[in-house]
Ligand binder design. Sequence first.
Ligand SMILES: [Zn+2]
Length: 201
Amino acid sequence: MNYLHGLSPDDSPDARATHEAGHLVMSWLLDRQPHACSLDDDGTGQPSIRGAKEETLHQRLLASLAGMVAEGNREVLGDLLDNLGNPDYFSRQSDAFATAVIAAMLDERERRDIVIGFILAGAELFQEYGETLRQAKELLLRDHEIVLETSSRLWQEWNQFHHLENRPKSDVVYRALARQLDWKLPEQCFIGWDLQPIRPR
Ligand SMILES: [Zn+2]
């Protein structure tokens, strides 16, 4: 059998564009550096350029899930949840492998619930920023790639369009996670990537 666990069974341009757009929009939401992306990537869609600051496990988990979640790939996500403790089950090229490696660092007893919460929070963010996801997808379908200059411009446009010049994206992302995982966060402040209050809202 040629089926490789963790790789999307849908290789259509539409599915690939949705997948890569998911990585791109999530990179923006996670405060990663703008980066080029292409439909001809090797399939993992993991940008080689990371955020300037050291990333948290939560940021890395959302980034590795983003393509699968944007695609709404139930088959691959279900397979992932069933094999979270066993990265070697998955093709090394796959986002599922990268996700299982990160998830292995979580407490085994809550690993599955946490990853489910992250999947649901990712889906919620892609709904909230659906216009942006569609824009990225259409650009990819039209040009097959988004070059660095374009993604730098998009980062600025998206910040303005969504009024995120003054609200840290860590606050957007952590409040989505808190809704899904039933975490209690203080209300009158913004939340930073270290999950600590950073300044009054
Ligand atoms: Zn991917």
